[in-house]
Design a protein around this ligand. Structure first.
Ligand SMILES: O=C(O)CCC(=O)N[C@@H](CCC(=O)O)C(=O)O
Ligand SMILES: [Zn+2]
Length: 334
């Protein structure tokens, strides 16, 4: 296998490859760009015109998605997967990956769309670098742009695999992309309705990509991801890479949700009234007191069919401590 196929090994060892560009026997070019960043180009004359950004390790302890990208890269480097589209592989937070932690000082996935400029330290610099790598990758005209940022969640979930779809004023969510996600095994999609500071919000809002955060199961250490079944996603990614995707044409039971409210933690007095082991997508009854914060702030459930995802009272003040979501329909899709 070509040495550049071992991007994960290089990244975990903190090593730079001696040779930055390598070609497979089929003429696929692999180019190391920076720590945890590798671009793949199809052979000349075999490019179908798509640009696919695959990122993982934005949270260093979310290893199933890292292992998935590692397998795809090995397949390409061995000539078993034959790319017909350009791909950028990114491991988001190498130092956190080496330590097996979500982040060191700052959550990288809260540092996009200008936020890294208001912060200092290695993670702010990394977010700036990731923005630059993505901007440069998606700079070629007249090509389709797709970004999947792969994650696993802190807690268990009543719906195991789901996507979060960013929002931009004046842009409609795409039915075709949701069909593709359904075919990739996603059971639900959360349609955002405001701007955000995540990586996919950046590539969606500023670079014109179709972009999704994919949640694939519960976060576990390297080598312990037998319980995370990414087989459908993996098969679909291979098809996208090889330009050999079958038509789908159906949402096929995909559940759609909209954000009702983001629960923001304002102070150290924030209390979340949920058990520590509550699962994502747990339903909350009307009238339930969800959280309390400084100055008698109270979060009481008013929505019919409300559910909670990503509840986390330990986030830094000013950040999202959970998202209240409600069921929605496909009426607004383009
Ligand atoms: O389990 C959790 O609480 C968080 C899992 C995770 O990392 N989710 C992403 C979602 C990003 C998005 O909103 O698109 C995150 O919180 O960064
Ligand atoms: Zn994550």
């Amino acid at each position: 296998m070509l040495a550049l196929g071992k991007l994960l090994e290089l990244t975990l060892a903190g090593r730079e490859p001696a040779q930055k560009i390598q070609l497979t026997v089929d003429g696929v070019q692999m180019r190391w760009l920076s720590e945890g960043a590798l671009e793949v180009r199809p052979p000349q004359g075999k490019d179908h015109g798509g640009d696919l950004l695959l990122s993982s390790g934005i949270h260093g302890n979310e290893t199933a998605p890292i292992e998935l990208l590692d397998r795809l890269l090995h397949g390409i480097a061995r000539g078993e997967i034959k790319p017909r589209n350009r791909i950028l592989f990114l491991f988001g937070n190498p130092e956190a990956m080496r330590r097996g932690e979500r982040y060191l000082e700052l959550d990288v996935n809260r540092l996009f769309n200008g936020r890294h400029e208001q912060n200092i330290g290695p993670e702010a610099m990394r977010a700036a670098e990731l923005e630059q790598l993505a901007r440069s990758f998606f700079s070629l005209p007249d090509r389709s742009r797709l970004h999947y940022d792969l994650h696993t969640a802190i807690r268990g979930s009543k719906i195991e695999q789901f996507a979060l779809y960013p929002w931009k004023d004046g842009r409609q969510h795409s039915r075709r992309e949701l069909e593709r996600l359904r075919a990739a095994g996603m059971e639900a999609v959360l349609l955002q309705n405001k701007t955000s500071i995540t990586f996919t919000a950046f590539t969606y809002e500023q670079l014109g990509a179709e972009a999704f955060t994919l949640e694939l199961g519960k976060a576990r250490p390297f080598g312990q991801n037998q319980g995370v079944d990414v087989s459908r996603l993996e098969a679909r990614l291979k098809q996208i890479i090889e330009g050999a995707e079958p038509e789908t044409g159906s949402l096929d039971g995909l559940k759609l949700f909209a954000v009702s409210r983001e629960v923001i933690k304002h102070s150290d007095a924030f209390i979340l009234h949920l058990p520590a082991d509550v699962e994502n997508f747990s339903e909350l009854a009307k009238g339930y007191l969800l959280a309390e914060d400084v100055a008698k702030t109270r979060w009481v459930i008013e929505e019919e069919g409300a559910r909670i995802i990503f509840p986390n009272p330990k986030v830094k003040n000013g950040l999202r401590a959970g998202i209240l979501i409600v069921p929605t329909t496909d009426a607004g899709l383009a």
